[in-house]
Design a protein around this ligand. Structure first.
Ligand SMILES: CC(=O)N[C@@H](CCC[C@H](N)C(=O)O)C(=O)O
Length: 372
């Protein structure tokens, strides 16, 4: 295989959105098929891949999962290996995650592990969610692909390379996408009284939505509503007949998610009455929280504590979402933040993870799995 850096750069150039990861799947399959096949069994599911590695003397099956999709972001890194797909970018580290997963397959294909290992290359983590349907497929058609325990990582720009940060219990939030469409009445910009202006209605709605966090969520709890995109109108001198808000909700438990949604619906009803418009709400896809198994997270942390050049950190929970939570709902396991040492954060057009994280984490995860 090429070096890990070369693989990451190749993958970085071909980011694809959820369930459209055709080039990515082909690239990954080529790499896996070029390895010695003695211990490997390769399966595909949609744009994903599952690689089983037969252990030499197994008492259990250990899973490792990577996500494989990119984001709809115009890259601004100016790197010589920047995305060649206009408007799409690996801005959440999935190029690094895939490289580490490939390195694991290579390590176990050439030096057989004791335990059975399964590496999952899962599509559509950023949306609409690949973990839940992949697990449904596994449970209904391929129960041989269910592991006894499962692990994953996510790059963390704010930590130095060599950091393994995790915690037993809740690590990532419950998420729900949020799409709100407002319909009013368009017309001439000079005659607003004859129209129902959805730019003004949407602006009011955004401000009122933020009061849910400050006035309806217990201050000792926490929640997020982010509207990441707002569109309205057609041209500068026509009152907007339509507006659309696109966002996401994050909560620390399912009850809080229900309450936030109840308040969103109530506020939308109020906006409908006060701006004489109609509003429809679509919650898109939802992800179950990432809840680390106590024992598995502690095993990761203790292994990290004694691993050379590694800094084990007991991480606080974050409002990030991850559909790896669906795996953890069914199978004991844990996810950790892997230090990536970069100035810009996740989902930023200028994010450039430190490539030293590839070799460090490939080695760390391989040795961790061999220790189980
Ligand atoms: C690790 C990470 O950044 N994950 C995404 C998951 C997004 C889920 C869904 N599309 C949503 O926006 O709710 C995140 O934004 O946390």
């Amino acid at each position: 295989m090429d070096t890990l850096i070369q693989i990451r750069r190749d993958l970085h150039q071909i980011p694809e959105l959820g369930f459209q990861e055709f080039k990515t799947q082909k690239y990954l399959l080529n790499k896996v098929q070029s390895l010695p096949q003695d211990y490997l069994t390769i399966s595909t599911w949609k744009t994903g891949i599952v690689v089983q590695i037969a252990g030499s003397n197994p008492t259990k099956t250990v899973g490792w999962r990577t996500d494989i999709d990119g984001l709809p972001i115009v890259e601004e890194t100016n790197l010589p290996f920047a995305s060649t797909h206009e408007g799409q970018m690996h801005a959440c580290g999935h190029d690094c995650h895939m490289t580490i997963a490939l390195a694991l397959v290579q390590a176990f294909a050439t030096n057989q592990p004791k335990q059975n290992v399964i590496v999952y290359f899962q599509p559509a983590e950023e949306g609409p969610g690949g973990a839940e349907p992949m697990l449904e497929w596994i449970k209904s058609e391929r129960p041989d692909l269910l592991p006894d325990e499962i692990y994953a990582l996510h790059i963390a720009p704010e930590h130095p390379v060599g950091t393994v940060a995790t915690r037993p219990g809740l690590l990532f939030a419950n998420t729900s996408e949020l799409f709100i469409d407002l319909k009013g009445l368009g017309g001439h910009a000079a005659y607003p009284h004859k129209t129902r202006d959805m730019t003004v209605a949407a602006a009011n709605l955004i401000l009122q939505l933020q009061t849910i966090i400050s006035r309806n969520v217990d201050p000792m709890e926490s929640a997020v509503i982010t509207i990441g995109k707002m569109t309205s109108g057609t041209v500068q001198n026509i009152v907007a007949e339509n507006a659309r808000l696109e966002g996401t909700i994050r909560t620390l438990n399912a009850e809080a998610m229900k309450e936030v949604k109840r308040r969103i619906e109530a506020i939308c009803k109020g906006i409908e009455a006060s701006f004489e418009c109609s509003i429809s709400i679509d919650y898109g896809s939802m992800y179950y929280e990432v809840n680390n198994n106590e024992d598995c997270a502690n095993k990761l942390l203790s292994f990290a504590e004694q691993f050379e050049n590694c800094k084990a950190v007991l991480s606080p929970a974050a409002m990030t979402g991850e559909d790896f939570g669906y795996f953890l709902k069914e199978i004991p396991g844990a996810l950790y933040w892997a230090g990536a040492n970069c100035e810009y954060g996740l989902h930023h057009a200028k994010i450039t993870p430190d490539e030293d994280l590839l070799a460090f984490n490939a080695n760390f995860v391989e040795q961790f799995i061999r220790s189980l």
